[in-house]
Design a protein around this ligand. Structure first.
Ligand SMILES: [Zn+2]
Length: 300
């Protein structure tokens, strides 16, 4: 891999927009952002927000895919535009409304999902870094005024995998997996075997139960953790969010895997309750805001 070198693929030198675009579609793995501009205060025709990255084919590190910033924007309007582009621009992949990606490149869709799931602080810090040092104070001031907190009616959501990992962390921290984890062969998804970007959708409703099924497999014992009820807008009443397997099939293993079912049920219910805002449907949050306003309580 040529750490600091340019992409040497002939397609990236092509005069044909289509050939270059196809090359990016097949090989561009993004890793960061770059903003090209002169000043925040004046109109400027040639400004670009670039997504930077590398070439999957040759390892070249100089790939960038840009979106142009309207020249007439300056000050707050410019910052607002760049911020929204950073949240929106996801070239060469299709993001669906449930947060999943129609995958073409796993590494790229994965990076986009990380971008979508940044905390507000992480997102603000990333945004701030785009600007020249002399502009950072003004940008920080804008962040304080407009991005100090998440909109109440659009909270950051958990994906299916986010929920599973949170439940496992919670159970592990309380010692409930101490006897169980040593007998596990694997569980899926995990950090090295993530859920496909096509399936890892956001959970946008809390009206579900965590139900585990336990059974012998062709070898060992399987436990599957499912959500049953309303957990998003898909209309599906059931989805699996995790599978656990042990190679053992003796009586003690059956007891421990049965225990795992209860542990998963308990910690899923507790975790969702503790983070209920993230799981509340948008229409309920909007209705709540309206009710408060009618009572004269002002905005939340
Ligand atoms: Zn290349």
């Amino acid at each position: 891999m040529n750490e600091h070198q340019a992409c040497t693929c002939p397609a990236s030198k092509s005069e044909s927009f289509k050939i270059v675009t196809d090359h990016y579609g097949l090989n561009f793995i993004p890793t960061g952002w770059k903003l090209e501009y002169t000043s925040l205060d004046q109109h400027e025709p040639q400004r670009f927000l670039y997504m930077t990255g590398w070439c999957l084919r040759c390892g070249g590190r100089d790939l960038q895919s840009g979106v142009s910033i309207p020249g007439e924007l300056s000050g707050d309007a410019l910052l607002e535009h760049v911020y929204q582009e950073m949240e929106r621009y996801r070239p060469f992949e299709h993001r669906r409304s449930d947060g999943t990606y129609n995958r073409s490149l796993l590494g790229r869709a994965g990076w986009y999902m990380e971008q979508d799931d940044l905390t507000l602080d992480e997102k603000n810090a990333q945004f701030l870094k785009l600007f020249h040092e002399e502009d950072q104070r003004a940008v920080e001031d804008w962040i304080c005024r407009t991005r100090a907190e998440e909109p109440y009616t659009a909270p950051r959501r958990d994906r299916k995998s986010t929920l599973l990992y949170a439940v496992l962390n919670r159970a592990r921290a309380s010692g409930d997996l101490r006897e169980i984890e040593p007998i596990l062969d694997y569980y899926l998804p995990n950090e090295n075997g993530p859920l496909s970007p096509e399936k890892d959708s956001y959970l946008t409703n809390y009206a579900f139960s965590a139900v585990s099924a336990i059974d012998f497999g062709c070898e060992g014992i399987y436990v599957e953790l499912c959500l049953e009820g309303q957990f998003d807008e898909s209309g599906n009443g059931r989805c699996s969010i995790g599978t656990f397997k042990t190679l053992r099939d003796d009586a003690e293993a059956c007891r421990l895997m049965g225990q795992l079912c209860g542990v998963l049920m308990y910690h899923t219910a507790k975790y969702v309750n503790e983070n209920i805002h993230r799981y509340t449907p948008r229409r309920e949050l909007e209705a709540e805001v309206l009710r408060k306003q009618e009572k004269g309580g002002g905005a939340l």
